[in-house]
Design a protein around this ligand. Sequence first.
Ligand code: F6R
Length: 614
Amino acid sequence: MCGIVGYIGDGNVYDVLVKGLHRLEYRGYDSAGIALVAPDGRLNLYKAKGKVSNLEDYCRDKDLRAKAGIAHTRWATHGEPSDSNAHPHFSQDGRIALVHNGTIENYKLLKDALKQHGCTFHSETDTEVLVQLIEYIKINNDCSLLDAVREALKQVVGAYAIAVIERDHPDTIIAARKSSPLVIGIGDKETFLASDATPIVEYTKNVVYLKDGEVAVIKRDEPLKLVDLENKDCDIDIRTLEMSISQLEKGGYPHFMLKEIFEQPNTLRDCIRGRVVDDGKRILINGILDNKEKFLNAKRIVIVACGTSWHAGLLGKYLLQDMTRIPVEVEYASEFRYSNPVLDDRDIVIAISQSGETADTLAAVEIARKQGAFVYGVSNVVGSSIPRETDSGTYIHVGPEIGVASTKAFTGQVMVLTMLAAAIGQLRGTLAPEQVAELGKYIIRIPDLVTKVLGLAPQIEHLSLIYTYARNFLYLGRGYSYPVALEGALKLKEISYIHAEGYPAAEMKHGPIAIIDAEMPSVIIAPNDHLYEKIVNNVQQVKSREGSIIAIVTEGDKEIRELADHVLEVPAVPECLTPIITSIPLQLLSYYIAINKRKNVDMPRNLAKSVTVE
Ligand code: F6R
């Protein structure tokens, strides 16, 4: 949700900022803007509605010389996408500019108070209040920008990552965070800041992840300084980035989404590495080994997540219950946080989040910790908030996911949950060593089997042409294939804008069967598992109502082949590993349908990758 970038140094400020905005565009693309402090002391502000490329077009004939600057790409919350609502926002006198990611919850109150003091507002955003408040405090107290920012932030309720720049002090940027991410990159006589490390990695690997309540003072010729809101010095913990620049490029693919789908053999290899050992006989998950007592004594597991991560969580329930016999509940983090949850110290809460920044999931983590539960994170982005706020956790290690529709993160999450379930089962003795070894043997083979599934791409591309103009889709599955059906439907909806519903196949006869006719394709996920015969019945029920059927089946399948209009065959794997294998054809189907419809698959309308607002 919104991306911010800042830079001070001798490099080309405009280029660094715009390149950074492109990297952060997955966080929002409703408008973009930039504030540059020119060598002649002017503060130039350029904004454009829409994508970063619109801002670049707008800037072509502008004065882009600069000593420092800040920039923003927006996902609209308060106020429609428009030039006036685009960041940066300016103080009354035009001397201070500010960019913000987050939400100022008490902005109306602050706005009314500032209006009474004669402030005029030029946008409908919550953000503008902050810059006006900073100016008001600065003028009335005759203080520095740092002091004004600190004092203003004390009055703010809500979430923020901000960067502020002042015309009269072109060699300083002040930045701060609370609940929204901010990373500072320390280069050789240059400093960067951004919502995540992707705009920074090509310049420096040395980064500082700002903590909640910290304010950074970034000066051209001085070392970075961090203080808290009371102006007390904070420690600076410089970390080394593990990311590489090639992970942030399309690598010859037309879209990030397709690249990320095809990366899955490698991302799954990275996810498994060092965790399935002795030729598969043992599963080693440090977060579990370090907290054995917690997992041995657990009486319940509650999984919290949103969107695709919630679908992975639902699979986590099947996996954990099967392998550990601990009861598992799966909650949407956005509901859990307001459900007055009842937890205690024998509960384990697993928070799943690719970005590690989803506001609802983060809030669920806080609630769970307050109630004494042991909180375990499953995240992708190293150093993000959820891994920092949880008691322990496991990274999925699939590398940066840029496409807004999650693909490789989903399979990485499911793989981590499979290994977690097996490791806990191993620890509690609910899985026999031979069962672990049998599973481990297959886990090691999964990346190669995924390569084989990706070989279906031409067949799926062809199939997509037949269904591009369908107006509705039904996705059906049972057991482990039910969350896959939900995920398949979500993928199609979000990038092709076709209405799609995922349903437990057996529930269909309790209502949805009424909508099946010749116009309604059903995608049925039917690998050869213990519910296979049951789903054959469901396929027959669809068929007898003239619905067309695309079925994902196990190689060699005979029964469903007879009934379905199209079959996509995937390799045989143990039941608990089928979701990783069967979800991939669905990712490809949604990709090709969206491409046929000429949709922007990497940046679908109204969406942003990292949802850091409620
Ligand atoms: C869908 C998608 C979203 C995210 C959701 C949670 O393709 O990407 O549904 O899964 O916004 O995001 P994270 O996993 O970052 O918490």
